[in-house]
Design a protein. Structure first.
Length: 362
């Protein structure tokens, strides 16, 4: 187990990654709180709740259920969860534990940041994406209509507990979806982590959760390092959006029904890589290495049937766009990205169509 430290402007907090992470909760000041509540999905808690309580030393927590799926990241669900917490007696000194993937983590963080003007919470991420990315950094959000993460806050957790054993029951597709975010972090981190992932990627499976610890810890450290230097996305933290501008447009164009988030980011990284190559920022050899690693994660659901104009029209709606100007995160080489605005729309369109054609020929 590795202990990583985030230097938040509110307070420092630790990210525990690896086998035995849940046991670190025993050292957390639980007696500081009047009550503890678990926000989670019922099936997930039935499978892992006893193990978490045994390892963490948490006794008789009260549970609040969240339906599975992206639809739970909504204002309606926020109101429902807050009402349940109130009915169960949660007060300003209660602790909320978000036990789940990105949906539960984002919603739980937003609930904690707003319930009675803010209560403490702990992230216990149970998916690959959440353990290396969304569970770290204090970004919270809900969706409004078709706009993903439109309402949210920066509100750091008191602790993050990333136990790889819980990944052993993930469906293969959900597991693979998370690996695209690991690839993203390897691109940002540089040649050493990228080579490590090239060597071990094919051995990463839900059934081999015990082998995941070093990779998860290294990927999580990328997020920790960036967030510590730029907690509120003033500049540097934007690099974590590599692949997300195209990815979010693909999610919206397919009404969030075709792709898991990591899969959309996988396509987004392929498109961003091709765009960077077309702009002359990224050498062909580096572009091919990045593309090959992304393709090795698994078979992505198709995009060749999508109308390019529809996807491209959604790009300026990205939350990172300012005044209609898209701020692209583009790789210059493995280990270095550039944030660039005012990329010609025809070049963006050509890059996306190239990726579509490659999908067609696959």
């Amino acid at each position: 187990m590795q202990r990583l430290r985030v230097a938040s402007r509110n307070f420092p907090y630790e990210v525990m990654v690896g086998r035995g992470a849940w046991r670190a909760f025993r050292g957390f000041p639980q007696t500081r709180y009047t009550s503890t509540f678990i926000l989670t999905e019922q099936g997930l808690w039935q499978r892992w709740g006893k193990a978490f309580c045994r390892d963490s030393g948490l006794r008789n927590p009260r549970t609040v259920w969240v339906p599975e799926g992206e639809a739970s990241k909504s204002l309606r669900m926020l109101e429902r969860v807050a009402s349940q917490l109130l009915a169960l007696g949660a007060d300003r000194r209660s602790l909320l534990v978000a036990f789940g993937g990105g949906v539960v983590g984002d919603l739980g963080g937003f609930v904690a940041s707003t319930y009675m003007r803010g209560i403490d919470y702990v992230q216990v991420p149970t998916t690959v994406v959440a353990q290396v990315d969304s569970g770290i950094g204090g970004k919270t959000a809900v969706n409004v209509g078709a706009m993903k993460n439109l309402l949210g806050t920066f509100y750091p957790p008191r602790l993050v507990l990333a136990e790889p054993l819980v990944l052993s029951t993930l469906e293969e597709r959900a597991f693979r979806s998370g690996l695209y975010e690991v690839v993203k972090h390897a691109i940002l981190a540089g040649p050493s982590f990228f080579r490590q992932l090239e060597k071990c990627l094919d051995t990463l499976r839900p059934a081999n959760a015990e082998n995941l610890g070093p990779v998860l810890a290294r990927a999580a450290k990328v997020k920790v390092d960036v967030v510590t230097r730029d907690e509120r996305e003033a500049g540097l933290r934007r690099v974590l959006n590599l692949g997300h501008t195209f990815g979010h447009a693909l999610e919206e164009a397919t009404h969030y029904r075709r792709f898991l988030h990591g899969e959309a980011v996988g396509w987004g990284m392929l498109a961003a890589t091709e765009l960077s190559r077309r702009l002359g920022l990224l050498p062909v050899t580096e572009a091919e290495r990045i593309k090959q690693l992304i393709y090795r994660v698994g078979t992505l659901l198709p995009i060749c049937d999508l109308i390019p104009e529809r996807v491209l029209s959604l790009l300026p709606r990205d939350k990172k766009a300012v005044g209609g100007r898209i701020h692209w995160v583009l790789p210059e080489r493995i280990g270095r990205v550039r944030i660039i605005a005012d990329v010609p729309s025809r070049t963006v369109a050509a890059a996306f169509r190239d990726v579509q054609r490659a999908d067609w020929h696959e």
